[in-house]
Design a binder for this molecule. Structure first.
Ligand code: WQD
Length: 339
């Protein structure tokens, strides 16, 4: 059984990926500092897979602890690195926190992996690196735009750090996955998204409004040049996204990668407007959603959806869930956690 370290493994995308890894027979060890996650997620993972993954509560900013972990776990063959701070607004307020959390920790992990004879590394990147792309759908060779926030910058810099390291380290093989907009929850409703405080993202705000936790959803702008005037995003089901990590990792472990640093978009290839997302919620929940149109949100781009051809052809991966199916899973989860 191959042993894989998943940092941030009790977070939203991390926990769904741990489930898929265990279902495929990988041995998982999780590192998480619980700064934005709850240890109870381990119960959910165990309920689904019948196996509780090894877990270490550890702060990756402490370099000696990272070194010590790898010294104790010499059999780790791959790392999926989710652990990072991800609030765009907060990153503008506290840039050094973001550079330390997202860049410092990445460097420490890569330093340890460079000591190995062979190592596989999967990095959580984001479509945010494209900014407002000139052409839709967005292919991987679309230019990376100047980041709008320190958070976005950490994803761009993170990719560059990995690329530079791979150039001089043939034993290191890495893939950056550029996520579009992850959503939904595991079909079992044992794990899902657990936003802390008022959600910044659309989907948890919709489901929390639907359940009555929030009075009203504000739709940020209906004067964009789109079919209904609201922004377009590519909402990808979290289990589909989790599976993309497993196939990317398997590609590296099997030595099937053509270069030692590769980049893939992970989306559905379909864009949906904010109003379409609301309609989807109303369809699957049978409830009317209380919303109002307000002004644009600073920093929002008009349209972003993925060209998934590269992931489809090279990884043999394709998203399976529709927006409605993913929305339904988010709604079932919301009802369960508030029940
Ligand atoms: C989606 C759409 C909003 C909330 C985020 C991250 C970004 C990247 C991708 C990680 C937009 C609208 C939202 C609300 C609304 N993630 N909206 N009312 O903007 O694509 O970006 O995911 O790397 O860094 O910030 O996602 O869910 O915030 O917004 O009308 O209350 O919903 O304007 O059009 P976004 P989102």
């Amino acid at each position: 059984m191959k042993k894989i370290l998943v940092t941030g493994g009790i977070g939203f995308i991390g926990s769904h990926t741990v489930v898929e890894l265990q279902e495929k027979g990988f041995e998982v060890v999780i590192i998480d500092d619980c700064s934005n996650s709850d240890e109870k997620v381990l119960d959910g993972i165990e309920a689904i897979t019948g196996k509780r993954p090894a877990f270490e509560k550890l702060d990756l900013k402490e370099r000696d602890k990272v070194e010590d972990f790898f010294n104790r776990n010499t059999d780790v063959e791959g790392v999926i690195h989710f652990a990072a701070s991800k609030a765009v607004g907060e990153s503008v307020e506290k840039p050094l926190l973001y550079y330390e959390n997202n860049i410092g920790t990445l460097v420490y992990i890569l330093k340890e992996l460079c000591k190995k004879n062979k190592a596989s590394f999967i990095f959580s990147s984001s479509c945010t690196v494209y900014g407002q792309a000139d052409k839709m759908p967005i292919t991987e060779d679309a230019p990376v735009k100047v980041a709008e926030s320190p958070y976005g910058n950490t994803k761009q810099m993170g990719e560059e750090i990995i690329a530079d390291t791979c150039k001089v380290t043939p034993s290191l093989n890495a893939i950056a996955l550029r996520y579009f907009n992850p959503m939904g929850a595991h079909p079992s409703a044992e794990i899902g998204e657990l936003p802390v405080g008022v959600p910044q993202n659309l989907i948890p705000f919709i489901t929390q409004t639907g359940i009555g936790l929030r009075d009203q959803l504000s739709v940020f702008g209906d004067d964009y040049p789109t079919s209904d005037g609201t922004c377009i995003r590519d909402y990808i089901y979290v289990v589909d996204l989790a599976k993309a990590h497993v196939v990317a990792l398997e590609r590296l472990l099997a030595g099937k990668n053509t270069e030692n640093y590769e980049v893939f978009n992970v989306g559905t290839g379909t864009g949906s407007t904010v109003l379409e997302a609301i309609q989807s919620f109303e369809r699957v929940s049978g409830k009317k959603l209380n919303y109002k149109i307000v002004g644009r949100r600073a920093g929002d781009i008009t349209t972003a959806y993925a060209d998934t051809t590269k992931a489809n052809k090279v990884l043999g991966w394709k998203s399976e869930y529709s927006l409605d199916q993913a929305m339904k899973s988010a709604w079932v989860w919301e009802q369960k956690i508030r029940g």
